[in-house]
Write a protein that binds this ligand. Structure first.
Ligand code: C5P
Length: 221
């Protein structure tokens, strides 16, 4: 069984890259950020303040997140029996996820499921703590990053294409704030695992990043 861990900051292009690689090499893709987003959605819907750690921890036994895959192999996130895949991509959900994912009980609620998935299939998992915490023995670890300017520009272009009204400076400020929050939390902070390969995609195209990671995988396979 092979496992590939791809970690990195917000907006580094992890999910686009990870999805394409998983399809190419026939692995199951697990987007762990989506699982944290589903939990964040639960708190947003309940109107619970994500900064209230006691309240967040106390709610955790009521939250059950699982993953399913549709006929096309796309990951679906199930929150207490409801498919919430279509509701978790909003910026407010990502921001809330970054707050509530710092609560140990939230992380504990997802850890076993993430680890179990790697026991039964070849998987490519992306997130913030996969190489450092979830799968410390992953066959290949990648730390995928890009400068804050490049990540902000990519996000800006993506939103513009969708017709959204947005401000690149605000996007950059949000990205830097999210990096800080994810890197400075006490539990499973975002950092490059010692044995991870650093891929800085600031000056790379998507196909170049995909090729780089696939060739690293071929070296260890
Ligand atoms: O990658 P994505 O933007 O979907 O992740 C949302 C948030 O979930 C991140 O900012 C981070 O706080 C949290 N997360 C995490 N550990 C992971 C994946 C995501 O803490 N493995």
């Amino acid at each position: 069984m092979y496992s590939i861990a791809i970690d990195g900051p917000a907006g580094a292009g992890k999910s686009t890259i990870a999805k394409a690689i998983a399809e190419d090499i026939g692995f199951i893709y697990v987007d762990t950020g989506a699982m944290y987003r589903a939990i964040a959605l639960y708190f947003l819907r309940k109107g619970i303040d994500g900064h209230d750690r006691k309240l967040v921890a106390a709610e955790c036994p009521n939250i059950h997140v699982t993953l399913e895959y549709d006929e096309e192999g796309k990951q679906q996130v199930i929150l207490n029996g409801e498919n919430v895949t279509g509701y978790i991509r909003k910026e407010e959900v990502g921001k809330m996820a970054s707050v509530t994912s710092a609560v140990p009980e939230v992380r504990a609620a997802l850890l076993d499921l993430q680890r179990d998935m790697a026991k039964t299939s070849d998987i490519l998992m992306d997130g913030r703590d996969i190489g450092t915490n979830v799968l410390p023995d992953a066959s290949l670890k990648i730390y995928l990053t890009a400068s804050a300017d490049v990540r902000a520009k990519r996000r800006y272009d993506e939103l513009k294409e969708k017709g959204a009204d947005c401000d690149i400076e605000q996007i950059k400020t949000d990205i830097i704030a999210r990096d800080k929050q994810d890197m400075e939390r006490e539990i499973a902070p975002l950092c490059q695992a010692e044995d991870a390969i650093l891929v800085d995609s600031s000056d790379m195209s998507i196909p170049q990043v995909i090729d780089t990671i696939i060739s690293e995988f071929k070296k260890i396979k």
